[in-house]
Design a protein around this ligand. Structure first.
Ligand SMILES: NC(=O)c1ccc[n+]([C@@H]2O[C@H](COP(=O)([O-])OP(=O)(O)OC[C@H]3O[C@@H](n4cnc5c(N)ncnc54)[C@H](OP(=O)(O)O)[C@@H]3O)[C@@H](O)[C@H]2O)c1
Length: 283
């Protein structure tokens, strides 16, 4: 990965931090993108010290805010002449329904729309750096999710953190597959993946009791963050997948994404909805 520039969002903890560390250890120039400046600085120091690389930079963003994502893209475009790998890893399970600075339901704003906007804004740089890769960190939680195109923001349906989270990942997968189709022939690939069930902060610090019990039961079987980063590192760096695009990976193997996420009609609707919500058209 020497000579390559990689951007990893949500890189101050968990899978994103281990992904950034792994890329730095492979010799890449890594830009870690974090929401909180203090957490970001601590992660930057850790990654630099463990990898022994000074080619690790920090940028700050709130992925749920489109103004913040636009500012991030501006800084990346100003500072880096190339971009070889963009990893949209930032994500959250939002316990209670809330809205972003743009008035959009928080889960979908942070998990799907922020990454989609960042991708669109960096596409020219990715194209001029081709062969380049976009990786969207999704989840098997998308498998059980139901999409209601008329209520993606849970304005009519009762909000559920798990359902909103799963839905955001269906949108991410469908968007990935449609983007791959549109990027054919550009040298830019885009794939999505499930990192495994990984013991990270995403499970929450103080979840409701039934969930707490479930987590306590499954925690011994969860992967650690280093193991959780393996699939992302494979998608980002392995020559085996240099030509793969529009795929969904689980355990570093091509897997089947849900039928909904591969439904061409729904993919088209999700694409249009995404463009409308981020106020940015694909070019
Ligand atoms: N852990 C699992 O079992 C699992 C399973 C399937 C998929 N995933 C996916 O893996 C990815 C990484 O999650 P993780 O498990 O490593 O959890 P994590 O340790 O909580 O990491 C999530 C990262 O995303 C950041 N983030 C969340 N909302 C953000 C926002 N609005 N703007 C900017 N950054 C934001 C977090 O920043 P803060 O620290 O500031 O909150 C953190 O750096 C997520 O996309 C998640 O959906 C995880």
């Amino acid at each position: 990965m020497s000579g390559k520039t990689c951007v990893v969002t949500g890189a101050n903890s968990g899978i994103g931090k281990e992904t950034a560390l792994g890329l730095a250890q492979m010799g890449a120039h890594v830009v870690i993108v974090c929401r909180n400046a203090d957490k970001g600085k601590a992660a930057l120091e850790d990654i630099r010290s463990v990898s022994g690389s000074l080619q690790v930079d920090l940028l700050i963003v709130d992925m749920s805010s489109q103004a913040s994502v636009r500012e991030l893209a501006k800084q990346i475009l100003e500072r880096y002449p190339r971009l070889d790998v963009l990893i949209n890893n930032a994500g959250a399970a939002v316990p209670k329904r809330g809205v972003s600075a743009d008035g959009i339901e928080m889960t979908v704003a942070a998990n799907h729309l922020g990454g989609a906007l960042l991708t669109f804004l960096l596409l020219d740089l990715l194209k001029s750096s081709a062969p380049s890769r976009i990786i969207n960190v999704s989840s098997q939680a998308h498998q059980g999710a139901k999409i209601d195109m008329a209520d993606l923001q849970y304005e009519r349906r009762k909000y559920s953190s798990i359902r909103a989270y799963g839905q955001s990942k269906v949108l991410m997968n469908a968007f990935t597959f449609e983007l791959a189709r549109r990027l054919e022939g550009t040298g830019v690939t885009v794939n999505c993946l499930h990192p495994g069930v990984v013991a990270t902060n995403i499970w929450g610090t103080n979840p409701p009791l039934p969930f707490k019990l479930l987590i306590a039961l499954i925690k011994p079987f969860m992967l650690n963050s280093k193991q959780g980063a393996e699939c992302t590192l494979y998608a980002a760096a392995s020559p085996d997948v240099a030509q793969s695009s529009g795929k969904y990976f689980v355990k570093s193997k091509i897997a089947e994404s849900s039928r909904q996420s591969r439904d061409p009609k729904l993919m088209g609707e999700i694409w249009q909805w995404t463009e409308r919500m981020i106020g940015q058209a694909f070019s």
